[in-house]
Design a protein around this ligand. Structure first.
Ligand code: C2E
Ligand code: CA
Ligand code: CA
Length: 572
């Protein structure tokens, strides 16, 4: 029942209006003077107010003004009811915020019609606002819980899910969490656009869910990390099998509209026996395991262990140590020979940076290069690497050793620098090293961003005599057809393919088709990560030009490499 407050100093009028309203099922409150009316409006909080204008002391305008200024009453529909006619009064009332105006004497029909219209209108408006508020609340809830781009539930939903699992499980059951990180997925929407990205994610999520046989069980942890909670697998052995199956499923190329993508991932696993580990901890353990897996390269997985935790804490201190590493002269270069497949001679090397820190010992570049890329230190570090290579080439020359070309690894951040080409050239000039002795290794994923600018830089480098190689080929998003947009001399097949060529038919056929396609394009091919004779045989049979890997030599300190160069034959 709607409540109406009727205000008039004439008792008879108040009575008459109240009667009409009561007959029409309105609950009525009355006031005979302005001050009283204001109090009443606050207490009674009517759905509508009918108010006379001319009243002694506090008149209708004053009442309206007071009500509009009070948060508790400012939105109540307000109709003036008065014998005062004329546009002047009407306008004054409207200006103060009256909703309608009824001239006395008013008929019952007129009164009821005006009241109904006003109440309806008010109802519509409040409903509209209510809906809007509800919608905003809903939107907020969605954006808090679901990833904007993929629509996948986010980490906080995962935490809730893990809590739910923990409370629903029997004491003996095990809760496991897999965190899957896709290789080079960061900024992928910028590179491919949203549609291709969504198709890719959809496909990969489907593959993962096929392997786990649980639908709608993928949670978005970040752009490139996804969490999969499992409470139906309890042994380490079956989790291991599952992780392997997921990794292989991800490696099957994904066909998008205009291209085929090769994806890779790493997995971190954490397990909560008897559901004893808190959800947040289960997630952070899986993250720690994931980081450890990433250090072993892609297509790897690791279970969380206590000893990994110490390592993860060190990671935080690593960055500050890295800032001081250059001035403290803590970097060195190791060299790994590149072998000519046909005669097994050394035909060059790859310089690989090492960091020897007094507190941490020898730190792998897979650990500190990503940090250096993020904080920009890669620029001075890269310059140091190039200068050291050039000085080394001169040392070999001075010692009468034929210097074989050296490959240097270049990160995206370096290549994206405006002065990149100039800074390389000036170091080569300063050290008087021939450009032909330098080979630039770039990963294919670097090329996709800003391709025109980068292509121009590569043209310049090659014109000056340097060689350009595409590193880690097969792990990024680009196809060989796409790469033909870039000028390059050499393709380096990623070690994750070479690892499997002797045992896995799919890897072998991929490697061999890369070799033949590259040859058709007039590009040399090198296989990295060569460790066994079976691999060498296959690579030889398919005319892979060069090889590099532990089978021939690990990356070694310069003195050891100098010996290898002197003999130019390895003790195989
Ligand atoms: P990368 O360019 O793909 O280098 C090859 C990595 O594979 C090296 O790891 C090498 O030691 C390892 N490797 C070589 N042969 C084998 C093998 O037969 N089996 C196995 N399992 N591994 C093999 P490393 O030295 O730890 O370097 C890791 C990555 O760090 C490099 O990957 C490269 O991306 C980056 N990096 C190294 N030095 C530099 C540098 O001076 N500048 C930049 N920007 N990145 C660097
Ligand atoms: Ca490399
Ligand atoms: Ca590589």
């Amino acid at each position: 029942m709607n409540k109406i407050l009727v205000i008039d100093n004439e008792f008879e009028i108040v009575e008459m209006i109240s009667d009409i309203l009561s007959i029409h099922d309105y609950e009525v409150k009355t006031a005979l003077d302005g001050k009283d009316a204001i109090k009443s409006a606050i207490q009674f909080h009517p759905d509508l107010i009918l108010c006379d204008i001319s009243m002694p002391e506090t008149n209708g305008y004053a009442v309206l003004k007071a009500l509009r200024n009070d948060k508790r009453t400012h939105a109540i529909p307000f109709i003036f009811l008065t014998a005062l006619g004329g546009m002047h009064n009407l306008r004054k009332g409207m200006r103060l915020g009256a909703d309608d105006y009824l001239a006395k004497p008013v008929s019952a029909e007129e009164l009821i019609a005006a009241v109904r219209t006003r109440l309806e209108k008010h109802h519509q408006i409040t409903n509209h606002y209510k809906n809007e508020i509800e919608q905003t609340k809903y939107d907020l809830e969605i954006s808090r819980n679901y990833d904007e781009t993929t629509g996948l539930p986010k980490r906080i939903v995962l935490e809730r899910k893990l809590k739910q699992h923990a409370t629903n499980t029997t004491p003996s059951s095990t809760l496991a969490l897999l965190i899957i990180k896709f290789n080079r997925f960061k900024n992928i929407t910028d590179i491919f656009g949203k549609n291709d990205y969504l198709r890719l994610i959809h496909e990969l999520v489907e593959r993962i869910e096929n392997e786990t046989s649980i639908e709608k069980n993928t949670y978005s942890i970040s752009d490139d990390e996804f969490g999969i909670p499992l409470n139906n697998i309890s042994t380490r052995k079956s989790l291991t099998q599952l992780a392997k199956k997921i990794l292989s499923a991800i490696r099957i190329p994904v066909a998008l509209e205009n291209r085929e993508l090769n994806c890779n991932a790493s997995i971190g696993l954490s397990v909560s026996p008897n559901s004893s580990i808190k959800p947040e901890k289960l997630i952070s353990n899986a993250e720690i395991a994931l980081n450890a897996a990433l250090e072993d390269g892609f297509n790897t997985f690791k279970f969380y262990e206590e000893k990994l935790k110490k390592h993860a804490i060190d990671q935080i201190n690593l960055e500050s140590a890295l800032h001081k590493a250059l001035e403290r002269d803590e970097f060195t270069l190791y060299y790994q020979p590149k072998i000519n497949t046909s005669n097994q001679n050394i035909i060059g090397s790859e310089a690989l940076i090492r960091w020897e820190n007094p507190n941490y010992g020898l730190i792998s570049p897979t650990q500190f290069i990503p940090i250096a890329e993020e904080n920009g230190l890669i620029i001075p570090i890269g310059e140091w690497v190039l200068e050291s290579i050039c000085n080394q080439l001169n040392d070999w020359k001075r010692a009468g050793i034929d210097p074989a070309p050296v490959a240097i690894n270049i990160s995206a951040r370096q290549l994206e620098q405006k002065k990149f080409v100039d800074s390389i050239s000036s170091i080569l000039e300063k050290t008087k090293v021939e450009n032909e002795l330098l080979e630039i290794e770039l990963t294919e994923s670097i090329l996709i961003k800003n391709s025109q600018k980068i292509s121009k830089k590569l043209v310049k480098l090659r014109k000056s005599g340097m060689k350009v190689a595409i590193d880690d080929f097969g792990t990024g998003y680009s196809s060989l057809a796409y790469l033909t947009n870039f000028p390059f001399d050499k393709l380096k097949i990623d070690q994750s393919f070479i690892r499997d060529i002797a045992t896995d038919k799919a890897a072998a056929s991929l490697a061999t088709s890369i070799i033949s396609m590259a040859h058709r394009l007039g590009v040399r091919v090198i296989a990295e990560g060569v460790e066994t004779e079976d691999q060498i045989k296959l690579l030889k049979d398919h005319k892979c030009d060069e090889m590099q890997g532990y089978y021939f030599s690990k990356p070694v300190p310069v003195d050891r490499f100098t010996d290898l160069l002197k003999n130019n034959s390895l003790s195989l």
